[in-house]
Design a protein around this ligand. Structure first.
Ligand SMILES: [Zn+2]
Length: 176
C-alpha cells in the first residue's frame, strides 16, 4: 500500500498515512500537497495524483518524544548507509568496542560498516588497529525517526527527513 509522509505545519515529519487518507486530508483542506507520488487514482469523473508528502495546515503539538529504537535500518539511516571507517557502501553493523570485549549494543557503540572493514577489524578495538571514526556515534532525536519504523518509504521523503539527521532510507546499499 503506497504511503504518504505527513509533515507538521513547521515541516517537521510527524508520521505516515496511506495515500488515500492523505488525499482526504488535502481535499478537506486539513493539509496541502507538498510532493506528488507517481500513483494516479482514476475515478468516474477523472483522475488525481496521490501525494507522496503532505503538510498539515495547523500545527500539531507532540506531547512526548519516545526514544528511537536501535535497529539496523535506523543505524544505516543515521550513518548515511556508508561505512563509518572508509565511507564505502555499508553492508553490516559493527560494534565499535567489540561485544566480546565488553562493548554494548547501544547507539554510542554501533556504526554501519562495509564487509571489508568489518572483517579486518574483527574483534579488535580502534586503538589496537589505529583506526578512527569519521564522527562520534550518537542516539538520534526527534519524531522524524519514527518514520523509519513504518515500512515502505518514498525517495522524495529524504529531503524532509535530512534536517533531522536521517541520511539514507534504504537498508541495503548493496552496490559495491
Ligand atoms: Zn569500510
Amino acid at each position: 500500500m503506497p504511503q504518504t509522509l505527513v509533515l507538521n505545519a513547521t515541516y517537521e515529519p510527524l508520521g505516515v498515512v496511506t495515500d488515500r487518507r492523505a488525499l482526504i486530508l488535502v481535499l478537506n483542506q486539513r493539509a496541502t500537497m507538498v510532493e506528488e507520488s507517481n500513483t494516479i487514482l482514476h475515478y468516474a469523473g477523472g483522475q488525481v495524483t496521490l501525494p507522496a508528502v503532505i503538510r498539515l495546515t495547523k500545527f500539531v503539538r507532540i506531547p512526548y518524544r519516545h526514544a528511537v529504537p536501535l535497529s539496523r535500518r535506523a543505524i544505516f539511516a543515521r550513518d548515511g548507509g556508508r561505512c563509518a571507517y572508509c565511507t564505502a557502501a555499508a553492508t553490516s553493523i559493527d560494534h565499535v568496542i567489540p561485544r566480546s570485549r565488553g562493548g554494548g549494543h547501544n547507539w554510542e557503540n554501533v556504526v554501519s560498516a562495509c564487509t571489508k572493514c568489518n572483517h579486518q577489524k574483527a574483534d579488535r578495538t580502534l586503538k589496537e588497529i589505529g583506526w578512527r571514526l569519521r564522527s562520534l556515534p550518537r542516539e538520534p532525536v526527534g519524531a522524524a525517526w519514527r518514520i523509519l519504523g513504518t515500512g515502505r518509504t518514498h525517495e522524495s521523503w529524504l529531503t524532509y527527513l535530512k534536517p533531522y539527521g536521517i541520511e539514507a532510507l534504504g537498508i541495503a546499499a548493496a552496490s559495491a
